[in-house]
Each structure stands twice: as C-alpha cells, then as structure tokens.
Design a protein around this ligand. Structure first.
Ligand SMILES: Nc1ncnc2c1ncn2[C@@H]1O[C@H](COP(=O)(O)OP(=O)(O)OP(=O)(O)O)[C@@H](O)[C@H]1O
Ligand SMILES: [Mg+2]
Length: 451
C-alpha cells in the first residue's frame, strides 16, 4: 500500500486531507511541525510528501532541503497559501515535484498524486543514476566507450605530442572541436595558446587577414599593422574549423605555410616564420571535394597526415547511455535541477532516434527536457525530438528566393552590427546595391535588442 505523509500545522487541513486520502486507498501519516515532518519523511515506506510551507520548527523550504538531502528521489508536493509565482518557482527549484495552492482542490490533488505514483512506477524499471554520479562531468573530457571512440582516444594519445597536422572529419555535432582541444591539452605545449578560427563565418578577404594578419595600409580601414592568428598561436595550436569553406587563395597560402612554415601578412613583404601546430576540421568529406575540384588536392594531402574520423552518434549508440548520464550531471551543475531517473520508455525513444545533430542535439534535447520536467524523472513527453533530417531540410528550402535573400542580408547586417560597408563586402555586392535591398526589404533599422 502506498503511504503519504501530510505535513501541515493546521489540524483541520491535516484531518481533511487524511480522510480524503484514506478513502482513496492510501495509508496516511501526519506531521504538525517541521522537525516531525523530516523525521517521518525519512521512513522508508513513505512514498510521497504533501508539505505545507508555513510550519513551526522548520519552515517548509527547510524541510524540503532536508528531505532532498536524505532521500533525493522522494517526491514532495508543496501545498501553500502563498499561491504566487515566486513561491512556486522557489519550490520547484528546491526540488519539489509539484506545487498546489490552498485551499486544496481535491480532484486536482488526486490527479497530481496519480501522476507521481505513475512516474515512480515508471522509474522503478528505468535506469537510475546513482546519487553521486559515476559519470562526473568534467569539462573537455570526452565520454563514450564504443570501439570507435576508443580508437579516437588512442589516436589522440599517439599524436598529441607530435606537431603533425591533424585532420578531423565528422558530421556536425560529433565532437570535432572537442578532439582538437584534447589534442592540444594533452600535448607538451598545452600551456601555449589554442586558437580556433571558424573559416566559414568570415568572407575570404577578412579570413585572410584574420589568419595571416595585415600591414598598415594594406586595404582601406587597415589603420595599423595587425598580427594574424598564425602569429598569435606561436608555439601552440591553430584550429581551422570548417576548412572546406576556404577560398582558393587562402588554400594556397595555407599550403605554403604547411610546407614552409612561413607566410607574409596581407600587404606585407616580410616573410614571417611561425611554429604552429595546425588542426583542421570539416563536416564535409574533403576527399569528395578534392574529386569535384573545390578543394586543392595538394593541401588535402598536407592536412591529411593524421586523420581522425568521428562516427555519427547513430552508429555508436552504445555511447548514448554514458553521454546521457554525463549530460544530466552537467545540466544539474548548470541549472541546479536534478533529473536522475530515465524510465526505460524514455531510454528506448532516445535509442531509437537517429540524432542527425549528433552529440550536440542530444545535449540540447536533454537540456530542454530537464527544464520542462518537474521532479527527477525524465519523461518521454518532455523530449521533443526533432523530425527526420529530410523533412527538416525540405522545410528549410521550401521558400521563395527573395525570402532567403532577405534573411541572409539581415543576418549579415546583424553580424556586422549594421556596418553597411563591411556587410556589402561580405555579401559581395556594391554599397548602392545593398542600400537598395535594405530599403526594399525594410531592413533599415537594427532590431531593438541590438541598439
Ligand atoms: N564524446 C563526447 N563527450 C562529451 N561531450 C561531447 C562529445 N562529443 C561532443 N560533445 C559535446 O557536444 C557538443 C558538440 O561538440 P563539438 O562542438 O566538438 O562538435 P563539432 O563536431 O565541432 O560540431 P560542428 O561541426 O557543428 O562544429 C559540445 O557541447 C561538446 O562538448
Ligand atoms: Mg565545431
């Protein structure tokens, strides 16, 4: 039989709730003050606590804290006359499973209780993560024991210390940047800089000066000499993310650097030497881009001294359980919300999903689910898994061209903080053309949040 503890200092309320719950088939214990409530809640048979906020001895929130310390998975429903948002938020943040206002609506109470016992039943045959997680979250530590990931760790260990160029390939969200960091932070030059450059986010001319620096007067706006990332990364690692997006001109310069370890700043004549370990990443198959002539073959061979391929998550599902554990722990540390029970039903859904966005999608999905869940059980309904990739892709492209153009121009304007000269350079159109489009699409004003 299920036992419910009713903690309230008001005898009339205790009595009403007790009578009702006994009628519903529960065993009922009662407590009239905070200390008694904590003591009784710790008895093993108690499966649920209805907790008043204003209690003599210890107030309800204190009691909640004590209960969560000793029996973290025991569901507690806070019942309060302070039926306001702040109390509700505080109760849920402190780990209450639900929250009810006084006077208690008995039908609503029954619903809440049914739901909680249903969750507990689900949880019993679910995966329970220990209170002190056996998968503690550590920043920059990769998780996963699949054969594919073990190979990755071995390669990292073998090549971290060499200054050999490494190419990391894998779909979006598979952990390429994590591998790049692992290479750097497991090397003997870990105290030197690690600098990442997203090659796809900058226009070719800007990327060139970003990487190699420029001399004063190299182009309009170059008021002073500026060192590039190759110089700044001296002695350390330069991570070139999305290397497939580099222009032919930059590819030539990169090739020269990899061959000779030297380059010139944009507009400069002095040859600069730099001792930098290059790690490049791509979510496109570089070999295929070489075939189609978009990417230089000689550069590909230079980058490809060591290649690390990250498998999509759907091909190493044995890593999912450990990743879920680690992310729930990470999310707990970030948000203070402890969700540590994953019912089998939820786990099945997670395992069946194809995770087109890979580990990043898994993390985001869990984060959202934890924020939406009450109590410490991850219900399948809170997962909100995205549809399959083909459908998403179609949804993305079924739009008229002018709409895509408008969105793109707006994004670039936001990116450049509405510096139209810079925006027109990135867009590769003249300033008057940009002005015309801006007017046509009504993009004159920066959104309020930016100003
Ligand atoms: N094996 C792993 N263990 C722990 N966390 C991981 C792992 N793989 C990926 N992640 C996490 O997933 C997220 C995505 O990883 P990362 O940014 O390294 O992917 P990526 O391959 O560079 O993606 P993109 O191609 O979209 O840039 C990050 O938050 C990262 O911490
Ligand atoms: Mg990345």
């Amino acid at each position: 039989m299920k036992t419910i503890l009713v903690a309230d200092d008001d005898q009339a309320i205790r009595r009403t709730l007790e009578l009702h719950l006994v009628e519903e088939g529960f065993v009922v214990l009662t407590a009239a003050d905070g200390c008694e409530a904590v003591e009784k809640a710790c008895q093993e048979e108690v499966g649920l606590v209805l907790l008043d906020v204003r209690l003599p001895g210890k107030d309800g929130f204190e009691v909640l804290g004590c209960i969560k310390e000793r029996r973290p998975t025991l569901p507690v429903v806070v019942v309060t006359a302070y039926d306001d948002m702040q109390t509700a938020i505080k109760a849920i943040r402190l780990g209450a499973t639900d929250y009810l206002g006084k006077p208690v609506d008995l039908d609503h109470l029954d619903e809440v209780i049914d739901k909680i016992f249903e969750m507990s039943a689900l949880a019993r045959n679910g995966v329970v993560f220990q209170e002190a997680s056996d998968t503690p979250y550590e920043q920059n530590v990769m998780v996963g024991r699949s054969r594919a990931m073990k190979e990755v760790y071995k390669t990292i260990g073998a090549v971290a210390d060499s200054r050999a160029t490494v190419l990391i390939q894998g779909e979006s969200g598979t952990g390429k940047e994590m591998v790049a960091r692992a290479l750097h932070f497991n090397s003997s030059f870990r105290n030197r800089p690690f600098i990442a450059v997203a090659c796809s986010s900058l226009a070719p001319t800007i990327l060139e000066s970003e990487l190699f620096g420029h001399e004063k007067g190299a182009f309009t706006g170059a008021y002073r000499t500026k060192p590039g990332k190759f110089e700044l990364a001296q002695g350390g690692t330069l991570f070139l993310d999305e290397i497939s997006e580099t222009s032919p001109e930059i590819q030539v310069k990169l090739l020269r650097f990899l061959q000779e370890k030297e380059f010139e700043r944009v507009g400069g004549i002095e040859t600069i030497k730099a001792d930098v370990r290059v790690v490049a990443a791509s979510n496109k198959e570089l070999a295929a881009l070489v075939e189609s002539g978009v990417f230089r073959k000689d550069l590909y061979y230079r980058l490809n001294v060591v290649t690390i391929c990250l498998q999509p998550l759907r091909e190493r599902k044995e890593d999912i359980l450990q990743l879920v554990k680690m992310f729930l722990e990470k999310i707990r540390l970030e948000t203070g919300k402890c969700v540590n029970i994953v019912p089998q039903e939820t786990m099945n859904l997670i395992l069946a999903h194809s995770w087109p966005g890979n580990v990043r999608e898994l993390e985001n999905t869990l984060h959202r689910a934890v924020l939406l869940s009450h109590g410490n059980v991850l219900l399948s309904g809170s997962l909100q898994l995205e549809g399959d990739r083909e459908r998403d892709r179609l949804a993305l492209v079924v739009k008229p061209l002018h709409e895509v153009e408008r969105e793109h121009i707006e994004n670039i304007l936001i990116y450049t903080n509405y510096e139209k000269k810079w925006a027109s350079e990135i867009l590769g159109i003249s300033r008057p053309t940009l002005d015309r489009r801006v007017k046509e699409y009504g993009l004159e004003d920066a959104p309020k949040s930016l100003v």
